[in-house]
Ligand binder design. Structure first.
Ligand code: SF4
Length: 421
């Protein structure tokens, strides 16, 4: 495989940075055909405001649209299938991406609502996903540009170019991907739906409790490549994350999707050393991060996994972690024989609709939803009772929990900064 080129731009003007990475990769006129349809796939997975860095920033999406328009395409579409349980158009609205894109003349499409789908076979599939249904217009578009934001991720360590493409499938396929080897399933999807170009928003990437409880960091970079593997590997080097910590590089290598070794990547524009700044990834040890608890979590979706991880930290913030030590946490679609045996049922915490059937058998306490509402798993631990609806004091209780949580995060950040000084 020839070397992959990765372009890094640094600055404070999204338009200039986006224009620079396009220029470094051959120029927008060579990357976008005139009168073509260009589909832009941001990360717009969860309803969160722009300043949280949960989603790709609207300013960045607008800058990419302005750059793409220089090549005079016929149509620019911003498309998304938000995380399971999230409404794509609502996320585009809350994140500000929808308004920014429409102001630049782009159309918005919710992939989840699309009816005209083509069921594509995945040749040589490495996961259990043998076919994938994708919108006809997406397959027929001349260009697909992937616009991820870089952020920490509880179940996958980080998310950037490779993971963002999971948002081109509807909920059913999304769920099936989580029921199999997720890293292999993501690469299977890339094998039939490859973006021509990935342009990563690293202007304010996020560290901490991603994917949806993030801590944005001023970084000031845009990174782009035709090779998503090389982009992700370079982004990891930029933030001090060892790629050996990330399962999906080996899955990508197995499918020959791109280069991740430094010697196989040509970095142009700024160097990795020039822009390097360590980000904080608190979940690197996986479930071992919380050895006082036992997790039964194979096949869980990342939404639920990250919710559980976040809940563990929030138990600490609220002084409830030690009190609940010894609990067994069940998350994901478990087979009956994977349920904890010989455990006090009061110490079994069930997370999400896909383990509801165990509650019907009188086991444990249950947090309903697919995925559950954010505070419910926490309250199931503390209250040892089921939570399945918006209680009358829902918002008041959330607000009460917020102050110790913010103080906890601030302390963790300060401790972590002191360690790295
Ligand atoms: S409840 Fe089950 S299917 Fe739904 S998001 Fe959680 S793990 Fe996935």
């Amino acid at each position: 495989m020839p070397k992959s080129r990765v372009a890094i731009s640094k600055g404070d003007d999204p338009d200039k940075m986006v224009a620079e990475v396009f220029a470094l990769l051959g120029g927008v006129e060579n990357l976008v055909r005139p009168k073509s349809t260009v589909v832009l796939k941001p990360n717009a997975g969860h309803p969160a405001a722009a300043e949280t860095s949960v989603n790709t920033s609207p300013e960045f999406v607008a800058a990419v649209i302005r750059e793409v328009k220089k090549a005079k395409p016929k149509d620019i579409i911003v498309a998304e299938a938000a995380a399971i349980g999230c409404d794509s158009m609502h996320v585009l609205d809350v994140s500000g991406i929808g308004a920014a894109a429409e102001a630049e003349g782009a159309r918005l499409i919710d992939i989840k609502k699309e009816k005209d789908l083509i069921n594509l076979p995945i040749r040589d599939a490495r996961s259990d996903i043998k076919k994938v249904k994708l919108p006809r217009w997406l397959l027929e578009a001349e260009h697909l540009f992937n616009l991820p934001i870089f952020k920490s991720h509880a179940s996958m360590v980080f998310t950037c170019a490779l993971k963002n493409m999971k948002g081109v499938v509807q909920d059913l396929t999304h769920q099936q991907m989580h029921m199999t080897d997720l890293a292999a399933a993501m690469m299977d999807l890339w094998s039939v739906m490859r973006a021509d170009l990935s342009i990563a928003d690293m202007i304010r990437p996020a560290e901490g409790f991603g994917p949806h409880t993030t801590i944005p960091v001023d970084f000031g970079c845009v990174v782009a490549s035709k090779d998503p593997v090389a982009l992700d590997a370079t982004a990891c080097r930029m933030v001090g994350l060892g790629i050996e910590n990330v399962q999906y590089f080996s899955a990508a290598a197995e499918r020959n999707l791109g280069n991740f070794k430094e010697e196989d990547i040509e970095v142009v524009g700024r160097t990795v050393e020039e822009v390097h700044k360590d980000l904080w990834f608190p979940y690197l040890a996986g479930w071992e991060t919380w050895p006082e608890y036992t997790f039964h979590a194979s096949n869980a979706c990342s939404s639920c996994e990250s919710l559980v991880a976040f809940t563990m930290e929030k138990l600490k913030a609220l002084g409830e972690y030690d009190k609940n030590a010894g609990c067994h946490v069940v998350v994901g679609s478990k087979r009956d024989d994977e349920m904890p045996q010989g455990v006090d049922p009061n110490n079994v915490i069930l997370i999400g609709d896909c383990v509801k059937r165990f509650r019907g058998k009188g086991v444990g306490h249950w947090s309903a939803g697919c995925p559950p509402l954010e505070p419910h798993p926490l309250w199931v631990f503390i209250d040892r009772e089921d939570h399945f609806e918006m209680e009358p004091d829902f918002r008041e209780r959330m607000a009460r929990d917020e102050k110790p949580w913010v103080e906890f995060i601030e302390k963790m950040r300060a401790d972590r900064n002191a360690d790295t000084e």
